[in-house]
Design a protein around this ligand. Structure first.
Ligand SMILES: Cc1ncc(C[n+]2csc(CCOP(=O)(O)OP(=O)(O)O)c2C)c(N)n1
Ligand code: SF4
Ligand SMILES: [Mg+2]
Length: 351
């Protein structure tokens, strides 16, 4: 596999965050994706978000499937834990890792083929179970790595680079995540860093399944006229419902807005999301209204972006299962294997 490390050289006066890390400490190797690929912009946004949140890189676990999108974890967070799984299987690996060790921050990176085509079942179950993770779909409406076949998110009527029209109904992963009970759902665009970075920060701070469906144009196979995932099409049809600022716990937050203009949402970790309304009639606390709004705007050809839904009090899969708080690799032998008496008691309790 191609592997180009970045030079170690660092400017001595690079700004550092609360942990003493520079932005460079959150980067990975040099990207081998096509120059201009939307996925590289998402990697840069992830680096920026983790730097601004002052996360220790070794506390992050990045997981992916197969695809150009799934290659990207190599290009950020070199010091994090990493697992590149099989095509469409990232969610079950992330579920297992998360259940074994809830102390890490889970970052799942996937593509539209990886999540909506081969991995649709995996995506659905991780989301409906509330696995505590940021689930990032780098959605270009095409199988980029295998040279441009339509994926399950390609719009009906969208035309491939070879001039073939797609006749199948697309899967809207944000709408599906809402239906499946995701407690944080957002859509963004790789070309809008100002929107994407705060969404990533908020999703990382969220407890439960946080899905970001990020439109990420493939310049090699899906950036032409007739494509509904091209840079030009998205810029012309992007309808942002809100703008987001994220304040960490302990920050003094001034109220520099008029009543009705913005709303503050406190997440379980104490961080505050300040949502400034851009669409008057949009309420990110109303799941059913969000589903309806997405469908109405889609019928008009608009792509709704922003924080679509959040339940800041949500619980995750660990709460539902009542699992032990200590990571399994830190439990002692007697805790892991409490003996036959304990086994008899457990069996009796299930009879
Ligand atoms: C089980 C399996 N089936 C098919 C493939 C071939 N394959 C590799 S990547 C890919 C599609 C990737 O598309 P997407 O997830 O959208 O990522 P992108 O390259 O567009 O970022 C396919 C079909 C594979 N590697 N494994
Ligand atoms: S083929 Fe498309 S998705 Fe893959 S690196 Fe190139 S531009 Fe990006
Ligand atoms: Mg794709």
């Amino acid at each position: 596999m191609t592997y180009i490390p970045k030079p170690e050289l660092k400017h001595p006066r690079l700004p550092t965050n609360d942990q003493g890390y520079t932005r460079r400490d959150y980067e990975g190797t040099v990207s081998t994706l096509c120059a201009g690929c939307g996925h590289d912009s998402i990697s840069a946004a992830i680096v920026q978000a983790c730097f601004e949140l002052s996360l220790p890189p070794y506390r992050i676990a990045k997981l992916s499937g197969i695809g150009c999108s799934s290659k990207t974890p190599t290009y950020f967070l070199a010091a994090a834990h990493g697992f590149n799984s099989v095509h469409g299987r990232m969610p079950s690996v992330a579920t297992g890792a998360n259940l074994a060790n809830r102390d890490l921050i889970y970052l799942g990176v996937s593509g539209d083929g990886d999540s909506a085509s081969i991995g649709l079942g995996q995506f659905s179950h991780a989301v409906r179970r509330g696995v505590d993770m940021l689930y990032m779909v780098e959605n270009n409406g095409v199988y980029g790595l295998t040279k441009g076949q339509f994926s399950a998110t390609s719009d009906r009527g969208s035309v491939s680079k070879k001039g073939i029209e797609n006749h199948d109904e697309p899967i809207d992963l944000a709408a599906l995540a809402l239906q499946l009970g995701a407690t944080f759902v957002a859509r963004s665009f790789s070309g809008d860093k100002a929107q994407l970075v705060p969404l990533i920060k908020a999703a990382i701070n969220h407890r439960g399944a946080a899905v970001i469906d990020c439109i990420s144009p493939c310049i090699a196979f899906n950036n032409h006229e007739g494509s509904t995932k091209s840079f030009d099409y998205i810029r012309a049809h992007n309808e942002a419902v809100n703008a987001l600022d994220v304040f960490p716990e302990r920050t003094t937050i001034g109220a520099d807005y008029r009543p009705g203009e913005a709303v503050d949402i406190t997440q379980h970790d104490g961080s505050v999301l300040r949502l400034r309304k851009l669409a008057d009639d949009y309420d990110p606390h109303d799941r059913i209204a969000a589903i309806r709004y997405l469908a109405e705007q889609k019928a008009k050809g608009e792509i709704v972006t922003g924080l679509l839904f959040v339940d800041a009090d949500a619980d995750d899969l660990h709460a539902a299962l009542g699992t032990v708080k200590t990571p399994l690799n830190q439990l002692s032998d007697p805790e892991l294997c409490p003996g036959s008496e304990a086994l008899h008691r457990l069996n009796a309790s299930l009879r």
